[in-house]
Design a binder for this molecule. Structure first.
Ligand code: ADP
Ligand code: MG
Length: 352
């Protein structure tokens, strides 16, 4: 944290509310023609240009969603944007604008907010979205960041959670479980540090999973890939809470069940080896870990040939009748393990 570095820190009160907003936002520029009026007026004006407007918002609260003991503020700002853009990507829309509301206690100097805004700015540049407004206030305890994202897309291209049909294929992007394993390493090293502040954290060799946790990316690139393959998913969701929970959402809203094949679930070798090191079942990390921000979607079986050799996509299962339920088909044994809380108990007891 900044306080530890004995820097000359500036209290927020030195700027005043308006001065602070100006200071934090003056280096942001605009890239989208749909942005008509931005920061500085009473509200922003967006021209949807005959498209549908897709909206989402997400709160990150200190102590609930993040721990500043090991999350750098710049990463926090970046991730706060990414989690929202991931929801826009999950609707197959293009993210175009964000609004940022921040409440910070007086424990946070201006320099801390600058770090958060550096992360927000990096995300805006990387994803071509415009920061068009927000709100800034004080808080009596800790830091809260609320970001709202706007996305645009023509109505025929928008994909919801509710269109999966029996026999559709279940597809996931990237690999799963890494963000959760990164969190386990950060928490392990943080508790070692709290017990003995002279201990150096042992983070070497864990780069990929630490990055998955601290600097996740939203899969806004997938929309273009799918268009190039001439595929429109029949349903889609982003993986914020784990594969199991998101599959159950698709099931619930599409009125189908799913079979997921354990051996097909894509996992990085570092995720697997770290899970084993920590005595966790690797597939558990993919199913209930969360925060991977990959996309999970269904496609018509007719589209299989188009997707089967694509490096971004893995077919992990298929849709069945709703009354057949949602199950993981275990590697080797073909045992069916229910994708619900009870299923987890069965899984945990099965051992590694
Ligand atoms: P009001 O009191 O009318 O809500 P504010 O002083 O809160 O006005 O906001 C002034 C302008 O600055 C608005 O355009 C608002 O969207 C923008 N703004 C306020 N806080 C932030 C922030 N943290 N990040 C980006 N823009 C902000
Ligand atoms: Mg305001």
């Amino acid at each position: 944290m900044l306080e530890d570095k004995n820097l000359d820190l500036t209290p927020i009160s030195a700027y005043g509310e308006f001065g602070l907003i100006k200071h934090l936002t003056e280096n942001f520029s605009f890239k989208n023609t749909s942005t008509e009026i931005s920061i500085g007026d009473d509200a922003a004006v967006i021209n949807p240009e005959n498209q549908k407007v897709v909206l989402t918002t997400d709160i990150l609260a200190e102590g609930v969603h993040f721990n500043l003991g090991y999350v750098p503020l710049k990463h926090l700002g970046y991730k706060a944007v990414v989690v929202n853009l991931s929801d826009i990507a999950a609707m197959n829309a293009k993210p175009t604008q964000i609004l940022v509301a921040i409440a910070a206690s007086n424990r946070f100097p201006v320099e801390a907010l600058e770090e958060i805004y550096a992360g927000i700015s990096l995300a805006c540049k990387h994803y071509n979205v415009d920061l068009v407004g927000g709100d800034t206030t004080s808080s009596t305890s800790g830091l809260i960041i609320n970001i709202t994202a706007v996305g645009l897309e023509v109505s025929e291209k928008i994909v919801t959670r509710s269109g999966a049909k029996v026999n559709d294929l279940l597809v996931v992007t990237g690999d799963l479980g890494g963000a959760y394993m990164g969190l386990q390493i950060l928490e392990r090293e943080h508790s070692v540090f709290l017990a003995n502040p002279n201990m150096q954290p042992e983070m070497e060799g864990y780069d990929y999973i630490l990055e998955r946790q601290l600097k996740p990316e939203a899969r806004t690139d997938i929309k273009k890939n799918l268009e190039e393959l001439d595929i429109k998913p029949t349903s889609m969701i982003d993986i914020s809470d784990g594969l199991s929970s998101e599959t159950l959402h698709l099931s619930d809203q599409s009125k189908v069940g799913f079979r997921i094949y354990e051996e097909k679930v894509p996992m990085d070798s570092l995720t697997i080896s770290t899970a084993e090191e920590l005595n966790l079942n690797p597939i558990m990390c993919a199913l209930s870990g969360g925060e991977d921000y990959e996309l999970l979607f269904t496609i018509s079986p007719n589209d299989f040939e188009k997707i089967k050799n694509h490096p971004d996509f893995t077919v992990i299962g298929h849709a069945v009748d709703l009354d057949q339920g949602n199950f993981l088909v275990a590697r080797g044994s073909n045992e069916l393990i229910a994708l619900n809380a009870q299923g987890w108990d069965a899984f945990l007891n099965r051992g590694k």
